[in-house]
Design a binder for this molecule. Sequence first.
Ligand code: GLN
Length: 206
Amino acid sequence: MAGNTPRVGVLALQGDVREHLAVLRGLGADAQPVRRAEELAAVEGLVLPGGESSVIDKLARAFGLFDPIRAAIADGMPMYGTCAGLILLADRIDGAITGQQTFGGIDARVARNVFGSQTASFETELEVPVLGDPPVHAVFIRAPAVVEWGPDAAPLATLADGRVVAIEQGALLGTAFHPESTGETRFHRRFLDHVAARRGIHAPAL
Ligand code: GLN
């Protein structure tokens, strides 16, 4: 890894990988797709994209990435999951298909497809106190929500109906919506801050 440039990965098995790579590169990171354990070993942080969590789970096992990702989480590697990625970071899920597993790491229960069927997508302005102003323009696509969480997990954003849609535990960050598709960069910057903090240096001036 060269100098202060954070070298991070986007899990590239399925889902909106390109959008995340573009946001991370726009913030000055050296962002690369990760499909193999060797590629995971070469990065300092990992984004888990939106897509279909049961498919990403299955492919992660087929590609020999499931256990290495779990080990990286246990080792403190910063990760940021959007939508399906949030599901994959939750210790417990509601609405899993038979045999579906998660990497886990965030002490929370996440309910899949909680806003309705395939077509239940919506957008809203979301207050996220840790990010300050302006509110986040949040796009939800067949989204999950956090329905319960433990004492080490901190909700970062809540819908008007009380459902938690962003959560953080240590260096693990998850959102039920898709900042990567709206030009919102503050969650990715927060993820890169976690990466810098783990190195014990200040975030490079991006
Ligand atoms: N409904 C999908 C799942 O359960 C998530 C949708 C998304 O990532 N946009 O995995």
